[in-house]
Design a protein around this ligand. Sequence first.
Ligand code: BGC
Length: 746
Amino acid sequence: MKLKRITPLIFCFCLTILSGCTKKSDTADSEMDRFIDDLLSRMTLDEKIGQTVLYTSGYDVITGPTVDPDYKEYLKKGMVGGIFNAVGADYTRSLQKIAVEETRLGIPLIFGYDVIHGQRTIFPIPLAESCSWDLEAMERSAKIAASEATAEGVNWIYAPMVDISRDPRWGRVAEGAGEDVYLGSLIAAARVKGFQGNSLKDKNTVVACVKHYAAYGATMAGRDYNTVDMSLNELWNTYLPPFKAALDAGCGTIMTSFNDLNGIPATGNNYLLKEILRDRWNFNGFVVTDYTSINEMIPHGYAKDEKHSAEIAMNAGVNMDMQGGVYMNHLKTLVEEGKVSEKEITEAARAILRIKYKLGLFEDPYRYCDTDREKTDILTVENKEAARDIARKSMVLLKNDNQTLPLKEDKRIALIGPLAKDQYEILGCWSAMGNRDTIPVSVYEGLVDAIGENRISYAKGCDIQSEDTKGFNEAVKMASAADVVVMVMGEYHNMSGENNSRTDLSLPGVQLDLLKAIKKTGKPIVLVLMNGRPLTINWEKENMDAILEAWFPGTMGGAAIADVLTGKYNPSGKLTMTFPQRVGQIPLFYNHKNTGRPFDPNDPQFAYGSKYWDVSNDPLYPFGHGLSYTTFSYSDLTLSSKEITSTNPLKISIKLTNTGKYDGEEVVQLYTRDLVGSITRPVKELKGFKKVFLKAGESQNIEFTLTVDDLRFYNANLKYDYEPGDFHLFVGGSSDTKIKTGFVLE
Ligand code: BGC
């Protein structure tokens, strides 16, 4: 390293020695600030602009990493601050070496990657994980993802995705935590903690990037990248809180979204990026665009050309340009023309340099390029066990008539369906470096491993999506010869995820026809679903004996499914997204408003209640629904008082009893309804939950504490406050619980 590059380090070291009595974190912050001030004072405008530029290096599964030769030239000139999609300890080291040894100031690069649900050990898709309602498990899965990613050179992860998702047509619901703001906020924080750990400097932690800011989940008609137009109340009460929760948990970076919001693209949105993020929330990390979303302000009709889009984005508070090239190409001219101030660019560079500093890159730019860790820390036995554990926790038992599950010993099983032997789709969308060919455990393999080959026969029956019914006969024959049929069906992994929206949410192709043909055999049927979104499975609900929603369960998916089917694990997942009966009901979610004409099915005279001609307002399966092999009963709901005040929180207690034959876990859910508000309030809102394990026959009093702070919301003036009045309170094992009482907020 040349002397000119280490000057700041020596400076920083001296400061460390000179300082002594201030608090450790203050000292660390001021050391960092001085280091960065010094560095910035020596940077040219071009070098500052360089920090704001992020480019992709492709990764080809066959040929490995690829980088556009031009980028290497840009790198040498200090024109690039970060690279994404570069994976591999050696490869990232080679790029880092250029930045550190060949540029004037030797500022290290940051390496980003979409590690959405695991790096090599692939965990269930995030929507699935959210159904575990197990924050610790989600934190652990994020921690393992970070550990594996850092073993391959990555130090910046584009997750968690925290977009509230109420529209299952939108493919990206698979990447998030479902429809609820309270649960979604807790999950956002848990994932950030898992990724970032106690210190960004640790070798096995990364800086997280919460996305997509903001309101992307409300994209019109569920079509990706589409317009979002919503009230500020809805924005503040529903869509922003998970971002706030992620940032409060220390998330270092945030990504803008592709959509426009109330007429202004999120990437050029001063209100979102400056007023809310910097002024109200005091965010001091950095803001990166989504992929070329600066340039997309042109087709949005908000910028007239790329130069104009660069001007809008930088002035709105976007610090880093992902792949758009517009900061690289236009910022300097914009400064010369007085359209963007150099100060704005200095602050953008500062925000980025702070994160690099916190990652420890100035101390050791190669700390994440460790070929030893790359050999030892990925796909370990422990990581795979953790993936298996969370996969089974994520599955939701939607139906189980006549105790069809768990599968009885000594019964012959016909395992049928396009996903029964699959190792490819099972990883789900966006599975980073997950190997889809040989490593994942299929359902067939998992079951054989659990109960041996003798009792299992297999037929594919049909494809996921084709009109071909040639395999039906063999499948029907096999089902007829068995005692019970397990059908494994669902979607292709890429029917969900980015730009994979659907308008028909039924099982694709001829899968339903195959189910109908098998039904005629009269054998009990268990349907195991792998899919990235809620589906409209009406016939299936009516006609299957059991339905297990396994989502896309990841590397250990087949083993985890076998654990559940055989009863080695008693399912405990609960839906975090409503299943609609029909696409026409969408958006359908549990915490909707009541309307002025709520439909009452018990009052058929009320012809002008809010309803449809052809379908009830009910969901197929509500938010919070999920069965167990055992049963639970609720009794003795008591409140410590009929009133809640700012000094007297409410203590809520309910007795939960495991009334069935199996030990098992229940997610006890607490909801409230604010009956009259200065703005209209939802019919129910989740305010707490506890996941409780009870042995068969055991009872436990479950307690919650509710404070007035839990009852705050953003009112018409966007003041976050609570209002006196009457409330309903509900407790139970699903959002449609009828166990209800009330209290008054004084
Ligand atoms: C997606 C982001 C992702 C980015 C980088 C975009 O297309 O919307 O979620 O992080 O690409 O790969």
